[in-house]
Write a protein that binds this ligand. Structure first.
Ligand SMILES: [Zn+2]
Length: 72
């Protein structure tokens, strides 16, 4: 009785790239919360602020005049 070698290769775990999920902001840097708080501060102090989404101007009551983003 001859030993039969199976041709099935050992299934090694495929090397998956553990790339981190894309982040809007770098960890340790400016967080979204920091950004929004900064925009709020600017809105209160100056009556308008730069939109973090499109770079347009945000009015306190109307939101961004360019893209319509609102801080809430
Ligand atoms: Zn905008």
């Amino acid at each position: 009785m001859a030993a039969v070698a199976t041709s099935e290769p050992a299934l090694a775990e495929p090397p998956t790239a553990k790339a981190p999920a894309p982040r809007l902001f770098e960890p340790g840097g400016t967080t979204l919360e920091d950004l929004v708080l900064g925009v709020w501060d600017e809105l209160v102090a100056e009556g308008r602020a730069e939109c973090p989404v499109c770079g347009g101007w945000i009015a306190p009551s109307a939101g961004c005049e360019s893209c319509g983003a609102e801080l809430s």
